[in-house]
Design a protein around this ligand. Sequence first.
Ligand code: GLC
Length: 454
Amino acid sequence: MLDTGSSDLIASAHRALAVNRRHGLTVPHLRMFPAGYLWDTAVIVKGLAVFDPDRAAAEVLRLLGAQWRSGMLPNEVYFDTDRFRRWIHGAHPDTPTGLTTSGITQPPMIVRSALEVGRRLDPDARAAFYRAALPPLAALCRWVLERRIGDRGLAVVIHPHETGMDNRADLVGPMAARWLTATTRRQRASRAALLLTVRTGRRVLGDCRTVTVGHRSSHPEVLAAALQTHHLRRFHYDLAAIRAEGRAVLVEDVGYNAVFLDAVRCLQELAAELGPDAAREHLPPDLTAATDRLAAGLDQLWQPDVDVHGGGYASRDARTGQVLPGATVAGLFPLLVERRPERVRTMTGRLSDPGRYWTLVPPPSAPLDSPAFDPVRYWQGPAWPFPTDILETGLELAGHHELAGELRHRYLTRPHGPEHAEYQNPLTGAPLGARPFSPAAALTLRFADRLPDS
Ligand code: GLC
């Protein structure tokens, strides 16, 4: 039960979603993130659907309008032709005319969100919405299956930002090793010059204008990410070409794959709502077999010695197959799809352990007992709305309704809730980063809607 300040919390969430609007979309934050972001939109529309399902449906379709001709859905979409961004991401013939987008993607929670938004619409509007959303969502899943599956049957992410968790603890080591090692004097001088450019750029134009760098990705982390983007651009973001060249960090990401497997199942559910003809026309062929292969691939990411107390899910280097060291909250995302009681118990046990993930505002992005844990540094400790959304959904799907309810309760009673921060110190609830942040506000409305007396 929400007791203190709940009307303030709800009213401020509505205000945030009213203010952060641009180009027909609710963006994460008007100044710091004035673009459409794939997994942000997935969380935002579920919150919008609580009070305005038509707006939520329109925003899903608006974002899907940024789909590349290949089926790829970019993680970042500017609804205009932004020269600077074009220069960063490169012009690609697959980009829809008149838009500027990145060339990389993000976990496809948008499929589940579309399904859930549709359920809030009246039957006629729902059918029309599903008919409009199914072809692009099916094209997205087909693109992943045809263009992004690696040697071991798992989707491969080509950039840390594709995990949604830019500088996650298990990704920064491989990125630094690949892009920041300098052995000669010349290389060291060039790295130093690039770092200076990054530092200055972020202070003058970027995220460090308003937020201290201690709360963001470090300058070397940003440089490594930028160097990989530059590299991917040269290979037109094509996995086969990038893999053949051999330099980029490629990851079988446990978070991306869990969300994707869930997305494929949601796609099948959504098509079923429209009847067998829609399914025949739009779903990728052999989707059931592909789903089985994916599930088998994900199963390989369960490592008996990856975490304390009996194993856990972890990501792997897509080239070598080696597990990426460093537990992170992404290792719990398979709660979306895992149904073996023992593994579910291990994951829920870990999530509800106060020494690991069960903090004042759960879940931290890295567990408290990991060497990388830092409660204020971007994806290396703070609690973010995206994992909270995924884990709450996963807990409900896995039948752990009580724990899901507890997670919602902790989120809704978080200190400084009405600020709707981009991320928070999981130990104190201190708000960090941009605010008001639309995904945080949307999650508030979705969780409040599930309170017993609402
Ligand atoms: C940052 C976050 C990412 C989010 C984006 C927009 O890059 O790491 O998860 O999608 O900002 O909010």
